[in-house]
Design a protein around this ligand. Sequence first.
Ligand code: MEV
Length: 334
Amino acid sequence: MRVLASAPAKIILFGEHSVVYGKPAIAAAIDLRTYVWAEFNDSGAIKIEARDIRVPGLTVSFSEDEIYFESDYGRAAEVLSYVRQAIELVRDEADANGRGITVSITSQIPVGAGLGSSAAVAVATIGAVSKLLGLELTKEEIGKLGHRVELLVQGASSGIDPTVSAIGGFIHYEKGNFEHLPFMELPIVVGYTGSSGSTRELVAMVKQTREEMPDVIEPILAAMGRIVGRARDVLLSDLDEEVRFARLGRLMNINHGLLDALGVSTKKLSELVYAARTAGALGAKITGAGGGGCMYALAPEKQSEVATAITIAGGTPMITRISGEGLRVEEVLP
Ligand code: MEV
């Protein structure tokens, strides 16, 4: 039997980092996907073939406690630890330890770009392997398992990335609970800096700063939480679209400033943010963990101008759509 599952990337619209400390956040799935094939093998080992996670040709096998890298390219190896944990968790859930499983991954999501590539690969793997092992899991349960994978690999995680990737659409997320917000098209442009940040390291850095000066950092995190509350009100309101976008844009700009204050922006991210605003975006901010990765801009009727400005500033623009769909089982072959 062979199973193919896919899961989408996400952008965090508001509330990254503060969400790790129990504040709410709003995120949406976007139409870039990771695809995972799963099948049994006779060796008893977990085998992972990463055909295209921006590191072509990498094959890694795990057996007992040993890891065999046919080639090792740093960040790809980090992605593979999500895959391995995902397979082990599902095998545990299905009481199928020792069962040999091969997964083969292809992805359209740039790794380390803040678009949730690790969560998407974990969710797609859980989806494919659980189906292979005959487990009936809801998307919500798959999102929760994805969160456990992140906690094992990263140490700290809010769980928002795997939840959005599993469920899809617009999600307001708070302490493990989520609410679907009404679906809408948002005229956004994502700008990729071309360099990647490590979510694990950035989350650890913010944690350390918060421990060193809680009196300074707590109010910043609290303000971020209030921004999310206001953004939710705007998204649920029946305000005129123009007013709605203008308000969201202002909230994005404030949220960006606060993320910069936490130290997760970079010169390049800020350059892309200012280039987008100068080209007419109503708002622009980091999306995801920062330290490189991506920003996004809200640019009604200005998407192509903003995309050009991002290119001139040295970034790669992606005009992307919100995806209403989360995890998808694409094919089950006998
Ligand atoms: C990463 O996409 C979002 C962070 O808030 C981490 C997390 O929520 O686990 C930086």
